[in-house]
Design a binder for this molecule. Structure first.
Ligand code: UDX
Length: 441
């Protein structure tokens, strides 16, 4: 099938690469010529395991091309995906201008039947707006050409994006057109082995499904974070509680980890956008407001604890392990490490940080500054540190040489934002150790 993908961010690029790998001829359009150049050279512009290989393999096979030319994109694909950004506006609602721009550009250039399919996370009602924007342009052209609109939200996780895209749990297709649905079934047939994962529904339900999934997951995390704080107060251990409740299949073990707050490009943005959707129809979503407030508080927790333990961080050095919002990505969007670093700086402390992948992204974000020292190993981050904060649970932080770390720190205190270590062992090793919701040893 000939497919066009507008947008070469996480969602667009991974979708384009995976669809090409399944044998489709894919053109990926982006407005940024520099990004297109990098992609044409076979490089993924962000860190995501497996994408580079897909780019090279499919470009060589002639199945994947990149361009800035929207007209070429519209001429190429009978199926056109919109996977451009929907950044949050000041009030938290999603900014649809890029999505609607693509819809208009499809309207300008199309000369034959097209299916326009949104993959970006868009609020309920966007499908209707896409249809209206496109129809308006066609009408202005005086063109009578048939088209259909589909909502096909993407559920990929950063760091596991290729696997999620190749082996989806579910394929949500929202449309009122049997013809478009048939096209989507054909497209997804190679990803839909063993049992049928494609769920057809109306556009609005498909749009809401994406927000509902992310909001539900964020809710679980905030709930566990709140319970972790309660566990500390009443002398319980959140790890035992997690195992205890996770064994109920209605609850399940995934996404029950207390920590220093959720971050990333999706949860914070989508929780806010869903709240705004509720506000717009006069239905305040109280559960989500609480989810967001709990997360904000959780992101402040590590600083508050370090500050209290050290009696103020002015003039102190805090080691940070992990900067990315989660392992296996270099994404710093809404990362809890940022809240912590910014609080340390505001209080006059210095950060010595190490992350296996996200150091360049951190440099780009904060530039050169005296109170941020980026070092090239976990051990080096500890040199002369008054406390160590573990923010991202990269694998290599799981069993460090604690004796070595202790000798390199000025003061052996570990604030574990991801509950990686055994509290009793840490105390035996001579550390002041504080995790999230763990029973004090
Ligand atoms: C998420 C959804 O999982 C994905 O389906 C959707 O398409 C996009 O948003 P992503 O943002 O890549 O994916 O990250 P995810 O792995 O879901 O983690 C989000 C945040 O929650 C991270 O900051 C992570 O550290 C935190 N988290 C996750 C917890 O604090 N506890 C958990 O138990 C799980």
């Amino acid at each position: 099938m000939n497919v066009t993908v507008f947008g070469s961010g996480y969602v667009g690029l991974v979708t384009a690469a995976c669809l090409a790998d399944a044998g489709n001829h894919v053109v990926c359009i982006d407005v940024d010529p520099e990004r297109v150049r990098v992609l044409q050279e076979g490089h993924c512009p962000f860190y995501e395991p497996g994408v580079d290989e897909l780019l090279v393999r499919n470009a060589r096979a002639g199945r994947l091309r990149f361009s800035t030319d929207a007209a070429l994109g519209v001429a190429h694909g009978e199926l056109i995906f919109i996977a451009v950004g929907t950044p949050p506006q000041e009030d938290g609602s999603a900014d649809l201008q890029y999505v609607l721009q693509v819809a208009r550009s499809v309207g300008e250039h199309m000369s034959d039947y097209r299916v326009i399919c949104t993959k970006s996370t868009v609020p309920v009602g966007t499908g209707r707006k896409v249809r209206a924007a496109l129809a308006e342009v066609l009408a202005a052209r005086g063109a009578r050409i048939d088209f259909d609109v589909v909502s096909n939200p993407e559920f990929l996780k950063e760091g596991a994006a290729v696997a999620d895209c190749m082996r989806p749990d579910r394929i949500i297709v929202g449309t009122d057109s049997p013809r478009a649905l048939e096209l989507m079934r054909t497209l997804y047939a190679p990803f839909n082995r063993n049992h049928d994962r494609l769920m057809a529904m109306d556009i609005e339900s498909a749009e809401l499904t994406k927000y509902a999934a992310n909001a539900m997951l964020a809710t679980r995390i905030s709930f566990m974070n709140e319970l972790a704080l309660l566990a500390e107060k009443v002398g319980a251990d959140i790890e035992s509680v997690r195992r205890g409740i996770g064994s109920d299949p209605r609850i399940g073990f995934h996404f029950l980890y207390a920590g220093c707050g959720y971050g990333g490009s999706c949860f914070p943005k989508d929780v806010k956008a869903l709240q705004r959707s509720g506000d717009e129809v006069g239905l305040p979503l109280g559960v989500l407001s609480a989810v967001e407030a709990a997360n904000e508080r959780q992101k402040q927790l590590l600083f508050a604890r370090i500050d209290a333990h050290l009696g103020g961080v002015a003039g102190k050095t805090i080691a940070l392990w992990g900067l990315a919002f989660k392992p296996n990505t270099d994404d710093m969007r809404e990362a809890p490490s940022r809240t912590l670093m910014e609080a340390i700086w505001a209080a006059g402390g210095t950060v010595r940080a190490y992350d296996p992948i996200a150091m360049d992204a951190t440099r780009r974000l904060y530039g050169e500054r005296a109170d941020l020292v980026l070092v090239d190993s976990a051990e080096a981050a500890c040199d002369g540190a008054d406390a160590l904060a573990l923010v991202t649970e990269w694998k290599q932080f799981r069993s460090p040489d604690f004796d070595l770390i202790k000798t390199r720190m000025r003061h052996p205190a570990i604030f574990d934002g991801r509950n990686l270590y055994d509290p009793a062992q840490m105390v035996r090793l001579g550390f002041h150790y504080q995790a999230i919701g763990r029973r004090a040893a």
